[in-house]
Every structure is written in structure tokens, then in C-alpha cells.
Design a protein around this ligand. Structure first.
Ligand code: NAD
Ligand code: UD1
Length: 343
């Protein structure tokens, strides 16, 4: 089987980043097979992947921690590699319910690794996060920066990274790519798939687009007294389709190598909260009312990537700019005012 038609197990493939990555995988000639328990996603995402690509990925609705079910999935396919998105990502909830976060992210990943090992699958891409760097002092943040998470979610990602390091050291057959995402935003340009947060969004982009569509009255800006040009927090927003294409590049590298690499996926550009509001207003033609309130506990002032390792190692460079991120978020929001529900 050529690598271009290879079957790739995608855990959490119905979720925000997973669904966009399935599109990018299909467009690169791979065959994604999704395992998802729909704990934070909607089955309609699968039909939407088909609407974009003309190909409906095979779906196994199960939990990655269900080793019997996973054994069955692995028996039914010849996977060349796995991309592991499944997990929980809410930082606030990780502080109030640490055991659940560790169970989902650490125990769940361990279970999956066990199943992959038994099934002889030794190529893996893992969703990590820039949150593992905690409050890094040096900007831009390179992969050599200290791993020092500040909340249980960040610790859960750092723990899985450590497990993967130890696995790669013990089992030379394994090839592992650890991808540390900065701030994924936007949607596929078709508006068929996008981010569909449950309840009140925690993150800036979905909140801003829900204000623009009239679902929320105004944005609360968490602090304007940071040491940044306008005082509001600066982040490295990366278009989710760039991120998805970064996964394809990492997969291609990982299929041809052994050992472990860890790379940042970001643009290297920082934007402030006020810059995001302005860009979104210009794109949508809607005004985004906001008020400045106190800093959000746990937030850092500035975070942006040094993206040079991804370029050198994977030949990957983000292509889409902030205008494109706003346009595609707004298009998704307009076409799906209440996300995937009520369709
Ligand atoms: P998401 O919640 O949209 O997607 C996760 C998917 O995994 C969902 O479809 C969910 O139903 C599924 N899932 C969860 N637990 C499962 C389990 N035990 N078994 C099977 N399926 C399960 O999240 P996302 O934004 O697409 O994030 C994907 C990954 O990237 C996560 O691991 C997240 O921690 C990481 N990450 C996300 C961001 C971000 O800003 N979105 C940033 C850094 C890292
Ligand atoms: C948060 C998480 C991070 C996770 C990332 C993507 C924390 C401390 N960090 O990152 O672990 O990987 O989401 O899911 O929660 N902002 C407002 N008003 C809002 C929302 C956000 O002003 O209603 C500001 C924030 O203060 C920040 C910026 O917007 O300066 C971006 O925030 P957000 O989208 O939540 O991402 P991060 O905090 O960077």
C-alpha cells in the first residue's frame, strides 16, 4: 500500500481540529478512519467532511479507553499510523475536576498506546499544546523552552509527552510527532465544519463571533494592563486548516522516521484582543461591543511561537492570515448560527 492511500486512525476525528484534519488527510490522498465517542462533537461533522471532500470517512463510535472495542477496530483495518486528538481541553474544568482530566487525557492515552502497541502500529501524531510552556519568559517560544505547565490540563499534556518520550526511547520502532498547537481558530472556507463549543465559549474567537451574530450581548476583555502594546493579551492565532495541513506534514515525516520530534504549530505572529475585535468587525461588518474587566486568573500577557523548527523539519509554514481567520469563522457562524444542532 502506498503511503498516499494509507489508512490513518484518527481519534477524536469528529471534533474541531480532528474534522479539519480529516479533510486535509483526504485531500492529501490518505484514508482517515475515525474513532469518536461524540462526548464533545456531533455526528453531522462526518457528513460535512463528506460534503467537502466527496468521501465519507469510516466511523467507529467508541471510547479510546475501551480496549476491547479498540482491539476490534484495529483488527478491522491496516493502519499505517494514528493521529490522537481525543481528550478534554477545558482549562477551568481541569482545575475543578483534575481527576477527570487526568483520566481522560492520561489514562485514555495510555490505553490507546497499549492498543496500538498490541496491534503493531508504531507511528503516532499527538495533539499537545503551547500550554505546556506555562508562563514562558522568552518570546518567541521555541521548543527548547522549559515545559512548566500551570494547570492540570497542561500537566496532562506534559505527562503524555513524557510517556511518549519514554516509549520512543524503549522501542526504537516507534516514530512519534508531538505537535504543540498555539491558538487554533477559524473554519474550513466552505463553512461546512467549524468550532462548535457547548455552552458559553471559553475562548476568544468563538465568543467574538457569537457576539457578532447576536447570540451574546458583549465581549468581556480580560485585562488591559498587560505589558503589551495596547495592554490586552497577545496570542499566536493559527488558522485551523493550516493546523490541519501541519498534521499532514508531520504525518508524512513520521511515516518515514523513527524516534520522537516535538514541534510548535503557530504562525510566529502575535495579535492582541483589541486587534482581534477590530479585524472581526471589519470582516463581519458587525460591531462587537466589549467591556474591559479584570484579568482572567491563570492568563499570561503574551504567547507566540517560534515556528522555525516546523519549517525546517516538516517544510510547514502557516499560509492564512488574520483576515482569512476572521472571514472563515464568520462564514461558519453565519451558516451555522447554533453550530451543528438544529440541522
Ligand atoms: P474537540 O473537543 O472539538 O475534539 C475532541 C474530540 O474527541 C471530540 O470529537 C470528542 O467527542 C472526542 N473524544 C473525547 N474523548 C474521547 C474518548 N475518550 N474516546 C473517543 N473520543 C473522544 O477538541 P479540539 O479542539 O478538536 O482538540 C483536539 C485535541 O487538540 C485535544 O486533545 C486538545 O486538548 C488539543 N488541543 C486543542 C487546542 C484548541 O485550542 N482547540 C489547543 C491545543 C491542543
Ligand atoms: C486557552 C487555554 C489554553 C488552550 C487554549 C485553546 C487558559 C489559561 N489557556 O488559551 O490552555 O490551549 O485556550 O483552547 O485558559 N479573552 C478575553 N475574553 C474572552 C476570552 C478570551 O479577553 O472572553 C482573551 C484572553 O485573556 C487571552 C486571549 O483572549 O488574552 C485568548 O484567550 P483564549 O482564546 O481563551 O486562549 P488562551 O487563553 O490563549
Amino acid at each position: 500500500m502506498s503511503s498516499e492511500t494509507a489508512q490513518i486512525l484518527v481519534t477524536g476525528g469528529a471534533g474541531y481540529i480532528g474534522s479539519h484534519t480529516c479533510v486535509a488527510l483526504i485531500q492529501a490522498g490518505f484514508t482517515p478512519v475515525i474513532v469518536d465517542n461524540f462526548s464533545n462533537s456531533h455526528p453531522l461533522a462526518i457528513a460535512r467532511i463528506e460534503a467537502i471532500t466527496g468521501i465519507r470517512p469510516q466511523l467507529h463510535e467508541c471510547d479510546i479507553a475501551d480496549e476491547d472495542a479498540m482491539r476490534q477496530v484495529l483488527r478491522n483495518h491496516e493502519f499505517a499510523a494514528a493521529i490522537h486528538f481525543a481528550g478534554v481541553k477545558a482549562v477551568g474544568r481541569s482545575v475543578s475536576e483534575p481527576l477527570e482530566t487526568y483520566r481522560q487525557n492520561v489514562t485514555g492515552s495510555l490505553s490507546l498506546l497499549q492498543s496500538l502497541n498490541e496491534g503493531g502500529i508504531t507511528r503516532l501524531i499527538f495533539s499537545s499544546s503551547a500550554t505546556v510552556y506555562g508562563g514562558a519568559e522568552q518570546m518567541p517560544i521555541s521548543e527548547t523552552a522549559r515545559v512548566q505547565p500551570t494547570n492540570p490540563y497542561g500537566h496532562s499534556k506534559a505527562m503524555v509527552e513524557q510517556i511518549l518520550h519514554d516509549l520512543a526511547a524503549a522501542e526504537p520502532d516507534w516514530g512519534i510527532g508531538v505537535l504543540r498547537y498555539f491558538n487554533p481558530v477559524g473554519a474550513h472556507k466552505s463553512g461546512e465544519i467549524g468550532e462548535d463549543p457547548q455552552g458559553i465559549p471559553d475562548n476568544l474567537f468563538p465568543y467574538v463571533s457569537q457576539v457578532a451574530i447576536g447570540r451574546r450581548e458583549k465581549l468581556q476583555v480580560f485585562g488591559n494592563d498587560y505589558n503589551t502594546p495596547d495592554g490586552t493579551g497577545v496570542r499566536d492565532y493559527i488558522h485551523v486548516m493550516d493546523l490541519a495541513e501541519g498534521h499532514v506534514a508531520a504525518l508524512q515525516a513520521c511515516l518515514q522516521s523513527q524516534g520522537l520530534f516535538a514541534v510548535n504549530l503557530g504562525t510566529g505572529q502575535g495579535s492582541s484582543v483589541l486587534e482581534i475585535i477590530k479585524a472581526f468587525e471589519q470582516t463581519s461588518g458587525q460591531s462587537i461591543p466589549f467591556e474591559i474587566i479584570a484579568r482572567r486568573p491563570g492568563d499570561v500577557g503574551t504567547s507566540f511561537a517560534d515556528p522555525s523548527k516546523a519549517k525546517e523539519l516538516l517544510g510547514f509554514e502557516a499560509q492564512r492570515d488574520l483576515t482569512q481567520m476572521c472571514q472563515d469563522s464568520w462564514n461558519w457562524q453565519q451558516r451555522n448560527p447554533t453550530g451543528y444542532s438544529n440541522h
